[in-house]
Design a protein around this ligand. Structure first.
Ligand code: CP
Ligand code: NVA
Length: 331
C-alpha cells in the first residue's frame, strides 16, 4: 500500500483497503508508543498546523504525533496568518508548500482545504471543515474495532445534528467499512441527499446498510455504538441555539435510550461535549434555556459504556499513521 504524497481531505477519497491499512498502521504506532519504542522515522521533516477554528484534541494530536515522528511543528492559531485576508488560499498553499513537508488545515468550507491540497504540492490533511472531519473517523473506527474486534456489521447509531461534519463523515466511514449506519435525527437535520446517495452506492459494495429515522427508541434497539456530537457546531451563529435545542432535545443520549442498545454497547462522542455545567457555553445555555445537560447525560458520559477518552487518545495514534503514510520516503 503506497499513500506517499497523498492528501487526506475526506474519507470519500480513500478506498476501504486504504482505510484498513491506515487502521493497522495506527495499531502498530499505538503499540510502539505504549512500549516506549522510538519511532522518529520522519526526522528532518517539518509540518505546519493551520487553524482557523479552535481545538484541543486535533491540534495536540498533530503536535505530539509530529514530535514522536521526529518532525518540527509550527502552529498557526486562528487569525494569526495572512491566509484568506491578505493572501489567497492558492498563494498561501504555494508558500507553505515550499517550506513544509506537510500541512494540516482546520477551518470553514471544504473548498478551502481542497484548494490547499491542489496547490501545496505537499500532503494536506483536513483537521475539520464545515463538511467533514476525516481524521476523527480513523480514531473512531479504531476505537470501535478495539471494543468489538471488527467493523463489519456493527450497528452504528448517530443521534443529533446528523448533517454536521462529524455525522457526514461517520456515514461515509460506516459505508466504507461495512457498518450498519442509522441516522437518528429530525428530518430537517438529515445529511444532504447527494451524500446519502454516494454512501448508498458505496454500501452496495461493502455490505453496509443505511437507515434514516426520527424514532429514537427504534434506532437504538440492538445498537452496538451510540454516537452523538454537539447540537451547534463551530462557526454557527448563537441564534441557532433555540431552534436546535427544540429540534434535538428528544435526541439526547440518556439512560432510556441506552437501555434499548445491546448489553455491550458503547457510547462515543468526538468531544468536546456538553454533559454538565462545567463549561462557559454550558452555563450560558443553562441560564437561557434551563438545560443542565445537552446531547448526552452526565450519567451516560461517565458510565463504563463510554469510550470517549480512548477515542480522544486514538486521535494521536491515527493522525500519526496518516502523516507517516503520506510523508515517508521510499525505502
Ligand atoms: N474532536 C475534536 O476534533 O476535538 P478538538 O476540537 O478539540 O480538536
Ligand atoms: N461538530 C463539531 C465537531 C467538533 C470536533 C464542530 O464542528 O464544532
Amino acid at each position: 500500500m503506497n499513500l506517499q504524497g497523498r492528501n487526506f481531505l475526506k474519507l470519500l477519497d480513500y478506498s476501504s483497503e486504504e482505510i484498513r491499512y491506515l487502521l493497522d498502521l495506527s495499531k502498530d504506532f499505538k503499540e510502539k508508543k505504549k512500549n516506549n519504542i522510538k519511532h522518529n522515522y520522519l526526522k528532518g521533516k517539518n509540518i505546519v498546523l493551520l487553524f482557523e477554528k479552535t481545538s484541543t484534541r486535533t491540534r495536540c494530536a498533530f503536535e505530539v504525533a509530529g514530535y514522536d515522528l521526529g518532525m518540527g511543528v509550527t502552529y498557526l492559531e486562528p487569525g494569526s496568518s495572512q491566509m484568506g485576508k491578505k493572501e489567497s488560499i492558492e498563494d498561501t498553499a504555494r508558500v507553505l508548500g515550499r517550506m513544509y513537508d506537510g500541512i494540516e488545515y482546520r477551518g470553514f468550507d471544504q473548498s478551502i482545504v481542497e484548494t490547499l491540497g491542489k496547490y501545496a504540492k505537499v500532503p494536506v490533511w483536513n483537521g475539520l471543515t464545515d463538511e467533514f472531519h476525516p481524521t476523527q473517523m480513523l480514531a473512531d473506527l479504531l476505537t470501535i474495532e478495539e471494543n468489538f474486534g471488527r467493523l463489519q456489521n456493527i450497528n452504528f447509531v448517530f443521534m443529533g445534528d446528523a448533517r454536521n461534519n462529524v455525522a457526514n463523515s461517520l456515514m461515509v466511514a460506516s459505508s466504507k467499512m461495512g457498518m450498519n449506519f442509522t441516522c437518528c435525527a429530525p428530518k430537517k437535520l438529515w445529511p444532504k441527499k447527494e451524500l446519502i446517495d454516494t454512501c448508498l452506492e458505496i454500501a452496495k459494495k461493502t455490505g453496509s446498510t443505511l437507515n434514516f429515522t426520527e424514532d429514537v427508541m427504534e434506532a437504538s434497539k440492538n445498537a452496538d455504538v451510540i454516537y452523538t456530537d454537539v447540537w451547534v457546531s463551530m462557526g454557527e451563529p448563537d441564534e441557532v441555539w433555540q431552534e436546535r435545542i427544540n429540534l434535538l432535545k428528544p435526541y439526547q443520549v440518556n439512560r432510556q435510550v441506552f437501555k434499548q442498545a445491546n448489553p455491550n454497547a458503547i457510547f462515543m462522542h468526538c468531544l468536546p461535549s456538553f454533559h454538565d455545567l462545567k463549561t462557559k457555553i454550558g452555563q450560558d445555555i443553562y441560564q437561557k434555556f434551563g438545560l443542565t445537560e445537552m446531547e448526552v447525560t452526565n450519567e451516560v458520559f461517565e458510565s463504563n459504556n463510554s469510550k470517549v477518552f480512548d477515542e480522544a487518545e486514538n486521535r494521536m495514534h491515527t493522525i500519526k499513521a496518516i502523516m507517516y503514510a503520506t510523508l515517508k520516503d521510499n525505502e
